[in-house]
Design a protein around this ligand. Structure first.
Ligand code: KG4
Ligand code: ZN
Length: 354
């Protein structure tokens, strides 16, 4: 008997090179991508719900879920068309299982689970932050293990020691607002639309140094935790006391961004010293910030270390990072049961090493 016959139809251990469909729906972006081990990203589709939530000044979970329901299946079709492939050429489906908004996660999870069942493929649930953390691996040169990862998104700020895939030790995290959240809240105070992080960064380009001094929270005592909510309060007071001109706003945006970037750089340096490592990975939405990239590059050059970022489109939420992380886990033999699952709260440290 041929060995293949003794194994379930969806057994993937025999195949050497895999191709995976990745689905991201944890928050306000519907992301779909197809990643092939040989060809890399074959298709990368993103639908942002930004306009839908802008009037509310933040993500409305119920609206987010409903919009994922509308957009996801057409986006999957578009991705397959762009990659010029059919489901028969796929080896698995990866979806974001958590953390995130439970309703939004359930949309991606049920669509992925159902398609995988219909197409007789394995499905695997991916940790959203593992997706962010591995996103720099989508490009060359990819960082080698071990490294320190600074994960800075709208929902999380974390410093992680990474020894391999699934070998994560959280060295520090935000005790209040995430870095992206602080950017967004301060941007709102400056009259910018949601999500204001990139708009605040743009406004800061018109700002001048030396007009305002913001604190560098939690840098004077030891440790790797962050706190950003005080910066937002400091910004609120500074804005109130300013003359309200466009230049004053730009100067405040400049000083705020400088404080966040400085604080993150100080903590990165500390984490590298603590772990004895010289390799740093920055990922998550805030890693798109040019000032942060620039300052960390200077800092890493000064200690003769290396710093890696995902390309801009893979910094914020996307399906490519989920396809990539899912492929690694499928290859290691992981797959979900037929039950649809979402895990809105999920620590990186709970993941299995592969
Ligand atoms: O990773 P992400 O897309 O979503 C979450 O998983 O949270 O991150 C989105 C966050 C938002 O807070 C957004 O304002 C911030 O990343 N962000 C930026 C920049 N681009 C995106 N913050 C500062 N500067 C940027 N250039
Ligand atoms: Zn994210």
């Amino acid at each position: 008997m041929h060995i293949r016959k003794m194994l379930p139809d969806n057994f993937i251990g025999l195949r050497k090179l895999m191709r995976v469909l990745g689905i991201e729906t944890s928050c306000d972006e519907t992301g779909v991508a197809i990643y092939d081990e040989q060809q890399g990203i074959m298709s990368h589709q993103l639908y942002s719900q930004v306009k839908l939530h802008a009037d509310y000044g933040g993500v409305v979970p119920e609206l987010a879920s409903r919009d994922h329901v509308r957009k996801l299946v057409p986006l999957i079709k578009k991705a397959l068309t762009e990659a010029n492939c059919t489901h028969k050429e796929l080896d698995g489906i990866a979806f974001t299982k958590g953390p995130g908004l439970v309703g939004a996660l359930l949309v991606g999870s049920s669509v992925a689970r159902s398609l995988a069942y219909a197409w007789q493929l394995p499905a695997v649930g991916v940790h959203h932050m593992e997706g962010h953390l591995l996103a720099p691996m989508l490009d060359e040169p990819a960082p080698a293990f071990p490294f320190v990862a600074l994960l800075v998104s709208g929902g999380h700020s974390m410093m992680v020691e990474v020894k391999g895939i699934g070998q994560y030790q959280v060295l520090g995290e935000s005790v209040d607002d995430a870095a992206g959240e602080a950017f967004d809240k301060t941007a709102k105070l400056l009259g910018l639309d949601y999500p204001g992080g990139p708009l605040l960064a743009k406004m800061a380009e018109q700002g001048e140094a030396g007009h305002y001094e913001f604190p560098r929270p939690m840098t004077s005592k030891p440790g790797l935790d962050f706190s950003f909510s005080g910066l937002k309060t400091h910004a609120a007071n500074t804005i109130r006391q300013s003359d309200g001109s466009a230049q004053a706003h730009a100067n405040i945006a400049y000083a705020f961004q400088e404080a966040v970037v400085d604080t993150l750089a100080i903590k990165c340096k500390r984490a590298l010293k603590h772990t004895g490592l010289k390799r740093l990975v920055i990922a998550g939405g805030v890693s798109a910030n040019k000032q942060l990239r620039q300052q960390l590059k200077v800092m890493m050059d000064s200690i003769k270390g290396e710093v890696f970022y995902p390309r801009f489109e893979y910094c914020t939420d996307n399906g490519a990072m989920i396809a990539y992380a899912g492929l690694q886990r499928l290859k290691a033999g992981e797959q979900e049961s037929l039950q649809t699952k979402a895990q809105p709260r999920w620590s990186l440290e709970e993941l299995d090493a592969i």
